[in-house]
Write a new protein. Structure first.
Length: 266
């Protein structure tokens, strides 16, 4: 579906069902340089099991208009305006990587509107090394391959896809290659500038799930656990063997963890 936020077009996938704002809402927030296609399995399950689903392409990503927003706090505020556009008073947030940081900031900023958060491959800070940040600005294709190499666990690199015939690393690179000029750099720069993660995490009061890839080299388990320790009462689930791109590497395990979390906190 298409929404209008700040006078610009926003595309949001709805899991194959017409979005109904009267249902309990779940907003899936992708990471830097990604888009709504990261969420195909969980978006579809939640949409067909009683939830209103929005998996938006963030500004300048996917099918949404630009320009990209400059900070994680800016994007968290944009989530509030997205909710307004969709006529949602409240929503749960599921975020991956940068999307998880956005979810933390949003939950801290508007506790009366965010009902629960699930954070996949998320940390308290998201520094981007100089080589990758420079490549994202000056040599995007090189950055895409650097990201692909780091974001997948060992089994994903040798063809261990749960869906036969699918190439996870090739799919990630192809998705990144679709980014418009400047989008990936802007997203990584926003991540690099984010310094308020610990403070925001400590202010979260809604139920929270921290989902950790056991072989995630971008957000190692100890970093995920440090995030969980900052959020009062949070739950932690580790997916053994999964890298950072857990939605494609371990789709069933991710979905099972999300279903369990939502049912336990309903």
């Amino acid at each position: 579906m298409e929404l209008t936020v700040d006078g610009r077009k926003v595309y949001a996938a709805t899991g194959g069902k017409t979005f109904d704002p009267a249902k309990p809402a779940v907003i899936f927030i992708h990471g830097a340089g990604q888009d709504h296609t990261n969420w195909q399995l969980p978006a579809r399950w939640f949409a067909w099991n009683g939830y209103g689903v929005l998996a938006p392409d963030l500004p300048a990503h996917g099918r949404s208009d630009g320009p990209p927003l400059e900070t994680i706090a800016d994007i968290a505020q944009w989530i509030a305006r997205l909710m307004d556009a969709a006529k949602l008073e409240k929503a749960a947030l599921v975020g991956h990587s940068m999307g998880g940081g956005i979810a933390v900031e949003a939950a801290a900023a508007m506790p009366e509107r965010i009902t629960r958060i699930a954070l996949l491959g998320t940390s308290l800070a998201m520094p981007v090394n100089d080589a990758l940040l420079t490549a994202a600005r000056d040599a995007p294709e090189q950055a895409h391959r650097m990201i692909t190499a780091r974001s997948h666990g060992p089994s994903a690199k040798i063809g261990g896809n749960p869906a036969p015939g699918m190439w996870m690393c090739g799919g990630t690179t192809a998705l990144l290659d679709r980014n418009r000029p400047g989008t990936l750099y802007a997203a990584f720069n926003a991540c690099n500038l984010w310094k308020t993660g610990p403070e925001a995490a400590a202010r979260v009061r809604c139920p929270a799930l921290v989902l950790i890839g056991g072989s995630d080299s971008m957000t190692p388990p100890k970093i995920g656990r440090a995030l969980a320790e900052k959020i009062a009462g949070s739950q932690t689930v580790v997916i053994p063997g999964s890298g950072h791109m857990m939605m494609s590497e371990a789709p069933d395990a991710v979905l099972d963890a999300l279903i369990g979390f939502f049912r336990a906190t309903a």
